[in-house]
Write a protein that binds this ligand. Structure first.
Ligand code: HEM
Length: 361
């Protein structure tokens, strides 16, 4: 009786250990150097490719950095932004909010190089993450030691975009609410907005600020001289022209963005809105007056790495896409898998037979 009890207790402990083991191994975990053994040159390949792409087309820096943030904030950093729509499913990239998102071909080009060196090893999600990290370094920002090991998701839904991503007209409270969903603070918001130190925005993203006064559009104040200059760039109804987010140094990752925002020259309403919350305002003013970029760079590394961990898929979750714009086709069972299945079926049959024989005799 006692032995029976002990046996049952041991079985319970074993089940708990197995379940705990399953939970631990399936929980999201990315780490620096995840490809060190499986594709040792992966990070070098991305850096080399990104260097040559930006040497030829420096205007792709902003789009690639933005592409990564757009991926992470909707459903996690699992490459869902890269998926094309399919019959019956409108993907994230076709959401009206993502109309201006670009840089997909950069990810495809880098992924092709990675697959040539290590076929089927590096995910599209990691390709994008590493490319974005290298954009920061190549525009004179900090080197970000980036955890890798993300796998690719297999769904992408345009309807998720509006619900999860910060819209251009969002107030600072809207932004803080969205960030809080990811456990991000006001400081993270001020720091990550600093990515607008490079790149451009379409007139459509901010023109309401130019042609209606701040009390009617509910937005923060825009410097009068700057407004006049911007009206020269964006005529009424122009939605396509691109304007620098940080005109003094549009291709350099630095603290000038904060100087612009502090001087009421933040281009997007969401940039300017950083002055409407005490914490984000304090950060903007501190960086605007900083004599070095050290603090911003150190903060950006932390917030960027945290952003890069949102909703990652690891271990047995997700897949390594062959093509970044489409999920992998279902694969027929491999011969190894088929023989394992056959062995386990044969084992079960034998077990069943033994049971029947025992009952009979
Ligand atoms: C805080 C919430 C954010 C909002 C509301 C926001 C909004 C926007 C908008 C409206 C644009 C202009 C898009 C266009 O007109 O084509 C833009 C551009 C950009 N965003 Fe953000 N963004 C946010 C956070 C981020 C983050 C976290 C990053 C990266 C870490 C980022 C990086 C960029 C870059 C680099 C561009 C320039 C893109 C280009 O040159 O094509 N943004 N953002």
């Amino acid at each position: 009786m006692a032995a029976d009890h002990e046996l049952r207790a041991a079985a319970v402990v074993m089940v708990v250990v197995v379940v705990l083991g399953m939970v631990t191994t399936s929980s999201a975990h990315v780490f620096v150097g995840a490809y060190n053994t499986t594709c040792p040159n992966a990070e070098d390949i991305v850096y080399k490719e990104m260097t040559s792409i930006l040497a030829k087309s420096p205007e792709l820096a902003g789009p690639v950095l933005r592409l990564f943030s757009v991926d992470c904030f909707v459903g996690g950093c699992e490459g869902s932004i890269l998926l094309d729509s399919t019959p019956g499913n409108k993907a994230e990239k076709d959401s009206p909010l993502n109309k201006g998102v670009k840089g997909y071909e950069v990810v495809d080009a880098i992924k092709a190089k990675l697959d040539a060196a290590c076929p089927g090893i590096v995910s599209c999600a990691d390709t994008l993450a590493l490319a974005a990290r290298d954009v920061v370094r190549l525009t004179k920002g900090p080197y970000i030691p980036l955890p890798t090991g993300r796998r690719d998701g297999n769904s992408s839904n345009a309807a998720d975009v509006a619900a999860n991503s910060p819209a251009p007209g969002a107030t600072v409270n809207d932004l803080l609410t969205i960030f809080a969903k990811f456990n991000f603070t006001a400081k993270d918001l001020a720091v990550l907005s600093g990515a607008h130190t490079i790149g451009k925005a379409h007139c459509s993203a901010f023109s309401t600020r130019l042609y209606s006064n701040s009390s009617s559009n509910g937005g923060p104040t825009l410097d009068a001289n700057y407004t006049t200059a911007l009206r020269g760039q964006c005529k009424v109804g122009d939605v396509d022209t691109l304007v620098d987010l940080d005109p003094p140094t549009p291709t350099t990752f630095d603290t000038d963005y904060y100087k612009q925002v502090a001087a009421q020259r933040g281009l997007l309403a969401t940039d300017a809105a950083l002055l409407l919350n005490a914490d984000t305002k304090a950060y903007v003013l501190r960086q605007a007056n900083a004599t070095s970029s050290d603090e911003f760079f150190a903060d950006f590394i932390v917030s960027f790495v945290n952003m890069s961990k949102i909703g990652v898929l690891t271990h047995s979750h997700g897949e390594i896409r062959h093509k970044c714009s489409a999920v992998n086709p279902p694969s027929p069972p491999s011969s190894a898998a088929a023989s394992m299945l056959a062995t386990s079926l044969a084992g079960s049959l034998l077990f069943l037979l033994a049971g029947v024989l025992m009952l009979l005799f």
